[in-house]
Ligand binder design. Structure first.
Ligand SMILES: Nc1ncnc2c1ncn2[C@@H]1O[C@H](COP(=O)(O)OP(=O)(O)OP(=O)(O)O)[C@@H](O)[C@H]1O
Ligand SMILES: [Mg+2]
Length: 404
């Protein structure tokens, strides 16, 4: 019987909602398999020689010479003689260029060295829609494009970052494929390594998310009541302990947090070496941020009293969806800068239809080429994204004790 069709009074709400969920899921699955046939995989475009040269910080002429001399990977050459490189080839070129130009090697091949600790950056704010996912995604991709080894961790059961990185969270994941698999309390807990998958972006791996992450919110109070010291650590240590397993494989971990201050977010705050608090500069959002900061401070002090060491290399506010010509927004930005000074990043991410539209098709502007968007709109958006990301990379490098 199709219970969703019967009069409301005769149908238990759980049955009705379950029927709706089933219908919606079937519809999404058939839509999804049309848009992304099951065996199709998202791929990353290749980059023009000009783009490759910019990413490597060398001239196009220098790259051409390398290709003529047969040094490094062979780019694709079009019938008109244009060379294009995949991101994997660009990252391969980094090694060759760094060998040839030892002076700039530190920037061209920027991976962390012995003694420089893994940077784990969490994007947080319990205000929904404050651009946490967008900030995390663009930062992770920017880092990968710059030659860092990056792990993106989707801690949001809504899993928008996972979807942006080419997976369908509802259909493409089996039990235990999210971070929950590595932080759960029971004996089916698996190695963190089994939760990581590579993406179509060379140098960027992903721990995907989906609804199963909610289990951690439900199970933690039970584990707390039982009072034992569970293997895998206390609830606020579990994300960090899982990340420790793969510490050697990455330079930077970027965690996209859910819009709640639950146990998952708390785990991320404790695992993080740095925090980015995203903020849409509107008075209502700033008001809710004050609540967020109070609650975060409270929770962190509980963790500290329980023996957790909570020092972050940096905590920065990132102004997102910024409209610099909007009067009220400018007042809010001035207020934040007045209150928090240098803890607010100097650069801001401008509001851009290009960013919003790219999001709708599950792509980022770093994946699209200029022609796909409209040059002026694209350039303006990329300029503000690059400015924010390069400021964050500067903070990461400073945390490693580097000057540049
Ligand atoms: N700079 C920007 N310009 C225009 N639109 C943006 C910009 N940044 C984010 N958006 C859009 O705003 C919406 C919310 O962004 P996002 O999903 O990143 O927020 P969030 O904080 O992760 O949300 P949630 O709390 O639900 O996880 C998205 O539709 C996104 O495409
Ligand atoms: Mg999000």
């Amino acid at each position: 019987m199709d219970t969703s069709q019967a009069p409301a009074s005769n149908v238990a709400s759980d049955a009705k909602i379950a029927a709706h969920a089933k219908r919606l899921s079937e519809q999404l699955q058939s839509l999804g398999s049309r848009l992304f046939p099951p065996d199709s995989r998202k791929t990353l475009r290749s980059f023009t020689s000009g783009e490759a040269a910019r990413l490597l910080g060398v001239s196009d002429g220098y790259l051409r010479q390398l290709s003529i001399d047969g040094i490094g990977p062979s780019p694709d050459v079009s019938s008109s003689g244009r060379r294009s490189y995949t991101l994997a080839q660009i990252n391969d070129l980094r090694r060759h260029v760094a060998n040839a130009k030892p002076r700039g090697a530190d920037v061209i091949l920027p991976r962390r060295k012995a003694g420089e600790k893994l940077q784990t950056i969490a994007c947080v704010n319990f205000k929904g829609g404050s651009a946490k996912t967008t900030t995390a995604l663009y930062l992770a991709q920017y880092l990968a494009l710059s030659g860092y080894r990056v792990l993106a961790v989707d801690l949001d059961p809504q899993a928008s970052m996972t979807a942006m990185l080419g997976l369908q969270p509802e259909f493409d994941l089996a039990d235990g494929d999210t971070l929950y698999g590595a932080i759960r309390y029971d004996e089916t807990r698996r190695s963190m390594r089994d939760c990581i998958r590579s993406t179509y972006f060379d140098g960027l791996d992903l721990v995907p998310g989906n609804l199963e992450l909610m289990e951690f919110e439900h199970e933690t109070p039970r584990a707390l009541v039982q009072g034992a010291r569970p293997s895998g650590g206390l609830f606020f240590q579990r994300v960090g302990k899982a990340l420790n397993e793969v510490e050697a494989d990455y330079d930077v971990v970027v965690i996209d947090c859910p819009p709640q201050l639950g146990y998952l977010t708390l785990g991320a705050l404790c695992a993080a070496t740095s925090l980015l608090v995203t903020i849409h500069p509107q008075m209502v959002d700033v008001a809710s941020m004050s609540q967020f900061l109070l609650m975060t401070a409270d929770l962190l002090s509980v963790v500290r009293n329980a023996g957790g060491d909570l020092r972050h290399d940096f905590i920065r506010y990132v102004i997102t969806r910024h409209e610099p010509h909007d009067g009220p927004q400018s007042q809010v930005v001035a207020l934040l800068r007045g209150l928090f000074g240098d803890d607010v990043l100097a650069a801001t991410v401008w509001k851009s239809t290009a960013i919003a539209d790219a999001g709708l098709t599950k792509q980022s502007l770093y994946e699209l080429d200029r022609g796909a968007v409209g040059r002026a709109t694209y350039d303006r958006a990329i300029e503000s994204l690059d400015a924010v990301n390069s400021e964050i990379v500067g903070l990461v490098r400073r945390a490693w004790g580097r000057d540049t």
